[in-house]
Design a protein around this ligand. Structure first.
Ligand code: GLC
Length: 548
């Protein structure tokens, strides 16, 4: 498959490079950094939204799909960016936010003004007989999922922020309009599409309360309708592009559904983002909590998904980081004592597995969560809602701040750290989010002799060169080991054993005899260990052994 040997780099445009000193990253800034992007060897860049938006949810609240937010740049610059990347043989993946629009979008405004035609674009419902909201669903950003629709007696559904109104995909006009958006960008040369929260588009027409104890998500996630609408979108938009790469962001999805989304014959998507492996440091499903991550559960999830998706003939996106997640290095590594080792170990775990790897900007230089001492430093609407909820639950300011500091989405949204200067070489002005670790962690330092960036470049190169990595089968290894995550890849007589020590202490690992005669394809310590059947892995050591 065309996309199996590709690596995708994710850029959060607001935080990549600010070319005009206003503290916000912009498209011109990204254009200026194309040589750096090209130096990574990546095949495609996924950009978070830069469309016109009131920025209530950092651009995921779109008020015009066909215009560029002036704070980010212009349509000419988008075209220039696409061309500049194409000249380096790098494709672009744009973010398609089709589940909802900003309440400032013309469709919502016309609906509010009473135009029936546009009211049918949304989920508008009356209160229940007892006066309660149309359903008891909760917004994923906290609070109820319904808000009053102007001064009518109706409410509109918003699964996310109150400024993001869910679109009614049952209405064929809505689907047509959304497919037009995809095609507009396709015409501009966009070949990658990342579909935001795609598996929640399939709400029923008749919306009902979640039963006591039942999660409301079950009522609207991964319904059959999602599959048929995605198939329709495939037909109507990107389906005729031989080189398109598509990925659906799937909230709380299942292996079975992910297989269905990605089996080539079903003509839905190339791959999905699922998030179960990034919930292993939630306390009983609660993100805003502080518990150490559960390694055995993480391993089991990575294994089950890799095996399950493979068995079903599907494909997955392989990633640790994105703009919605705190830095994986803080969660699963040791940023104090073993930053380099844990960053490279985590990289090997996702780049050598079966699936398409994504690198989130800054990950390739081992960026970490910022350290802020007050809530004022945070920007994200979700962070502030969560803080308020934690305070209401009785946590002190300091306790709530501590939770926020480890879970906020702002953690990954801080500016890309180019050099050690006060604004990290990101801006000549005041960055919209303050970087705090640039003195030590920055591109210049990595280029001058760091070990993380070269390791990433090597991993990208290996995927390009070795069908064993891009196409090989996946088999779990050392499932019972309490410190090591491992797997074996196999392809046309070649085998690769990948072992990752997830802890800051040494451990022993028994490997099959044939691998002792193999060679180290890649490892994250300068000196590889002696290849005996009982291997000693050092803190956060990763090792990939090749035979055949
Ligand atoms: C996705 C995006 C996230 C956004 C949400 C609502 O999860 O990745 O950033 O807030 O959708 O659009």
């Amino acid at each position: 498959m065309t996309f199996h040997n590709k690596v995708i780099y994710q850029i959060y445009p607001k935080s990549f490079y600010d070319s005009n000193g206003d503290g916000l990253g912009d498209l011109r800034g990204i254009i200026q950094k194309v040589p750096y992007i090209a130096s990574l060897g990546v095949d495609m860049v996924w950009f978070n939204p830069f469309y016109l938006s009131p920025q209530k949810d950092n651009g995921y609240d779109i008020s015009d799909y066909y215009r560029v937010d002036p704070a980010m740049g212009s349509m000419e610059e988008v075209e220039e960016l696409i061309a500049a990347l194409a000249a380096e043989d790098i494709g672009v993946m744009f973010d398609m936010v089709l589940n909802h629009v900003s309440t400032e979008h013309e469709w919502f405004q016309r609906a509010l003004a009473g135009e029936k035609e546009y009211q049918d674009f949304f989920y508008l419902r009356p209160a229940q007989a007892d006066g309660s909201l149309p359903t008891n669903w909760e917004s994923k950003f906290g609070g109820p999922a319904w808000a009053p629709f102007g001064d009518t007696d109706l409410y509109y559904l918003h699964l996310y922020d109150v400024s993001q109104a869910d679109l009614n995909w049952h209405n064929p006009r809505v689907r047509q309009e959304l497919f037009k958006v995809v095609n507009f960008w396709k015409e501009k040369g966009v070949r990658g599409f990342r579909f935001d929260v795609l598996n929640v588009i399939g709400k029923a027409q008749e919306l009902v309360d979640a039963a006591p104890g039942q999660s409301d998500k079950l009522l609207y996630t991964d319904t059959e309708r999602v599959h048929s609408w995605v198939q329709e979108m495939h037909r109507e938009t990107f389906g005729d592009l031989p080189d398109a790469i598509t990925v659906g962001e799937m909230s709380s999805t299942t292996i079975a559904n992910s297989v269905a989304y990605t089996q080539p014959a079903r003509q839905e998507l190339d791959m999905v983002f699922s998030f179960h492996h990034l919930k292993v440091d939630y306390d009983r499903g609660e993100k805003w909590s502080l518990v150490p991550f559960r390694f055995m559960e993480l391993k089991q999830i990575l294994t089950d998904w890799a095996v399950g998706i493979q068995q079903g003939g599907g494909w997955q996106a392989s990633f640790w980081n994105n703009h919605d997640q705190p830095r994986a290095l803080n969660r699963f590594g040791d940023v104090e004592r073993y930053r380099v080792e844990s960053a490279t170990m985590l990289a090997a775990a996702i780049h050598l597995t079966r699936g398409t790897p994504y690198i989130y900007m800054g990950e390739e230089i081992g960026m970490v969560d910022p350290v802020y001492s007050s809530m004022e430093s945070y920007v994200d609407v979700e962070t502030h809602n969560a803080y308020a909820a934690l305070r209401e639950r009785g946590l002190s300011e300091a306790e709530a701040l501590q939770v926020v500091a480890s879970k906020a989405r702002d953690n990954s949204r801080t500016p890309m750290q180019w050099d050690a200067s006060a604004a990290a070489g990101f801006s000549s002005g005041q960055p919209w989010l303050q970087p705090t670790s640039q003195a030590e962690i920055n591109v210049a330092a990595e280029e001058a002799g760091g070990r993380i960036l070269p390791f990433y470049r090597q991993l990208v190169d290996l995927r390009h060169r070795m069908p064993l990595i891009s196409e090989g089968s996946y088999e779990p290894f050392a499932l019972e080991h309490e410190q090591v995550y491992g797997f074996v890849r196999e392809h046309e007589g070649q085998r690769l054993l990948v072992a990752c020590n997830f802890y800051g202490r040494e451990t022993e690992l028994e490997i099959p005899a044939d691998f002792t005669a193999g060679r180290v394809l890649i490892g994250n310590y300068e000196q590889a260990p002696a290849l005996t059947q009982k291997l000693t892995l050092r803190p956060y050591e990763t090792l990939a052994l090749l035979v055949g």
